[in-house]
Design a binder for this molecule. Structure first.
Ligand code: MTE
Length: 381
């Protein structure tokens, strides 16, 4: 379940055998601490930088960050969707050198947690949902370097009738509610695997940091973050549909008005955030440039409107540079706060598919995909 804490998941206090839940430093000025998850503070986004630096990129761990030896690491590739149908017990083994020898590629892409914005279900809609109460900082964008998943699948002998690819992580099995659900894993259709997925070795020009999946992670551009399996240990390629709790039980819409057979979540919706602290303090009567970013997992951002009076009136923003699918658009709007007290500033984006952020979103049991317009509080003094 998105956002479960290790204390609930495995009964520990989160530190075991010397292994930290998250390895990298999480200074309070960069992160909001959610135990085994770390949320980027939007006020730490440097507005001149397009990508999110590794030291402030959000972390979402079901358990804890494993430390993996690169020299002995082998990716295990198997399944009846490959020529010769190698088995789980006798898989094709690929070292990091084998993988790095394939043609390399760099992709700039967002990565966003399905539960990003979950706290807003309560704050804006008075709805109680379980899980990590992310504001809007469960998102980041990086330039990822690696090899295309299609290159590895073709190297492994992908058959034309292959249907699904299951990626499995090497982190601890996930225990929740007394049930061991096994290692974190989620299948994707072969069509998506061949379209644009990457096996990532580098993040923003550096070796992939441990918390973000060292030595190898999957990146599924535009899709909910759970698809981008970290610490990739196995790829199972099957001619049949594959299932795991992460596409059948979690990361689907359940409850509320959703039908019982809602499909697994794939593309992330349209969202916007101001590069401001929650309840940022702004000086009365002083001109300020409000900057922010908007993104969509399915298309480029077409335009963004901002309201500086709590939603009564709206004005267009100036997009800074081009926007593309999977990469956020940056925008800015000038403001002179003329009344002291608490105000709400709002941003509403529309992507090139015509998807506009709604005023509210329907309830779902897990608090996934809050993509309504956010009423961002600021205090003018
Ligand atoms: N992969 C493994 N093996 N274990 C995990 O806990 N979390 C997933 C995904 N991949 C996870 C995983 C989720 S829910 C998200 S949002 C992203 O990783 C977060 O990636 P990040 O921590 O690099 O930001």
């Amino acid at each position: 379940m998105d956002g479960q804490r290790p204390a609930a998941a495995d009964g520990s206090d989160g530190e075991r055998g010397g292994a930290a839940r998250i390895v990298k430093p999480r200074p309070a000025e960069l992160f909001i601490d959610h135990d085994n998850n770390a949320e980027m503070r939007w006020e730490s986004a440097e507005n001149q930088r397009f990508a999110t630096e590794n030291d402030r990129f959000f972390v979402r761990n079901h358990t804890r960050t494993p430390l993996i030896d690169a020299a002995s690491y082998r990716l295990r590739v198997f399944g009846d969707g490959l020529a010769g149908a190698p088995t789980r017990d006798e898989p094709l083994l690929m070292s990091l050198d084998d993988i790095a020898a394939l043609p390399s590629q760099r992709v700039t892409s967002l990565l966003e947690c399905t539960g990003n914005g979950r706290a807003l279900f309560d704050i804006q809609q008075g709805m109680t949902v379980p899980g990590t109460p992310w504001l809007l900082g469960g998102v980041g964008m990086a330039t990822w370097g690696g090899v295309r998943l299609s290159s590895v699948l073709q190297h492994a002998g992908l058959r034309p009738d292959a249907r699904d690819v299951m990626a499995t992580g090497l982190d601890d099995p996930y225990i929740h509610g007394g049930i061991n659900h096994g290692r974190v894993r989620r299948p994707i259709p072969v069509a998506k695997a061949l379209e644009d997925c990457l096996l990532v070795l580098e993040m923003n020009g550096e070796a992939l940091p441990p918390d973000h999946g060292f030595p190898l992670r999957l990146l599924v551009p535009g899709w909910v973050g759970i698809a981008s399996i970290k610490w990739l240990g196995e790829l199972e390629v099957s001619t049949k549909a594959l299932r795991s709790p992460w596409n059948t039980y979690w990361y689907r819409m359940t409850g509320g008005d959703y039908p019982p057979d809602s499909p697994p979540l794939t593309e992330v919706p349209v969202r916007s955030a101001f590069e401001l602290a929650w309840r940022a303090v702004l000086p009365l009567g002083e001109p300020v440039i409000l900057v922010g970013r908007s993104w969509s997992g399915a298309a480029a951002i077409e335009h963004v409107e901002v309201s500086l009076d709590g939603g009564a009136t709206w004005e267009p923003t100036q997009l800074q540079g081009p926007s593309s699918r999977n990469a956020w658009a940056r925008w800015e709007v000038p403001w002179v706060p003329t009344a002291a007290g608490e105000h709400h500033v709002l941003a509403r984006a529309t992507d090139t598919l015509g998807r506009t952020q709604p005023d509210t979103v329907p309830f779902n049991n897990e608090g996934y995909l809050f993509w309504a317009v956010v009423r961002h509080p600021v205090v003018v003094v």
